[in-house]
Design a protein around this ligand. Structure first.
Ligand SMILES: [Zn+2]
Length: 341
């Protein structure tokens, strides 16, 4: 299996993070890349540097004003008197039906859902290369590879069409799904990250050509709180094409695999021509977020079941935070998928 990754993805090094109202260090660190690279290599992956794919595949799922914001906000922010090094919002529109703001502070509040996605001078470059790793993996599968892995960092599944959030800027999984749609009439996205893939759901919520399925800890008391509930089923043409499978806190392998069976059943009924796996490893029992209790061997069993769909598949890295087993969990998943060689 090929693993796509560019060194520029490590340059984004966020500092700010507020959680439960308190100040903490941001867990989406560049060190994650080293652990994930080691894990991919241990699974037999060949690491390949992607090409620059420009804005085309990214602009296919994000709005022009949002991409302009991501590219230019940092120097504009730094001209605000007293502004800190990183762009972090301090005010948000409670509804998004007012006037689009002209100022850096207003736009930060408009385009950033929370305080976990600070933008530094390096963020835009890293986010673009993360997306291009995803595009290149999608192109490998479009070109006939059975499966490819995109080591996307920063991650993407909390990013909406015009809003960053939850460590995410460009929604890499959505970019891949839209890119695969060039050849495939129907694409399914299966998100197994600990957290609900709210951005991905939002991007495809009114569409019937991309099925979104997410397994995650019940958001009733967990990020992202406002999305991920079982009664969110899609809207308009997309009604019935979004499936949320919230799990109780500390659900372990057996419970996760049972919910996965329900997700795979829905995917089979949809009969997609290609699959995107939004692979968070933060469902791990030892992950710092502590939401679910999937074991290291459990990731291989999850992967085996997904591979049983027999679909051309792009595996896109989402969450999974620093713990001794982070690399091993990726190795377990990719090996379980049949990724040797
Ligand atoms: Zn997550």
């Amino acid at each position: 299996m090929k693993a796509f990754y560019a060194a520029e993805q490590k340059r984004h090094d966020p500092k700010a993070f507020r959680t439960s109202g308190g100040v903490a260090s941001n867990p989406e660190t560049p060190e994650r890349v080293e652990r994930l690279l080691a894990g991919a290599k241990a699974a037999g992956c060949t690491v390949v540097r992607p090409n620059n794919h420009g804005m085309g595949p990214i602009a296919a799922v994000h709005t022009p004003e949002y991409l302009d914001f991501l590219e230019h906000i940092h120097p504009r922010w730094r001209r605000v008197e007293g502004a800190p090094e990183e762009v972090v919002p301090s005010i948000h529109p409670i509804a998004r039906d007012g006037t689009y703001p002209a100022s850096a502070i207003g736009q930060a509040g408009y385009h950033m859902a929370d305080t976990s996605c600070p933008i530094s001078a390096e963020t835009w470059e890293s986010a673009q290369w993360s997306a291009w790793s995803a595009v290149e993996a999608a192109d490998a599968v479009r070109g006939g590879e059975r499966v490819a892995y995109a080591l996307c960092r920063p991650p993407g599944h909390h990013a909406f069409a015009d809003v960053a959030g939850g460590f995410c800027f460009i929604n890499n999984s959505a970019v891949v799904a839209q890119h695969l749609r060039r050849d495939a009439a129907r694409v399914a996205i299966l998100d197994v990250d600990l957290h609900h893939g709210n951005g991905t759901q939002g991007i495809f919520y009114a569409r019937a050509d991309v099925l979104t399925v997410s397994l995650h800890v019940d958001p009733v008391r967990f990020y992202p709180f406002f999305w991920g509930h079982a009664d969110e089923r899609g809207k308009d043409a997309g009604l019935g094409y979004n499936l949320n499978l919230p799990l109780p806190r500390k659900t372990a392998d057996a419970g996760f695999l049972e919910a996965l069976d329900a997700g795979l059943k829905r995917i089979r009924a949809f009969a997609p021509e290609a699959l995107v796996v939004a692979l968070g490893l933060d469902a791990f029992e030892g992950d710092p977020f502590g939401g679910l209790s999937v074991s290291t061997p459990g990731f291989a069993r999850i992967a085996e079941k997904i591979a049983g769909l027999g679909l051309p598949t792009v595996i896109v890295q989402e969450g999974g935070y620093l713990c001794d087993e982070l690399g091993d969990n990726l190795t377990s998943f990719l090996t379980g998928y049949g990724g040797k060689g």
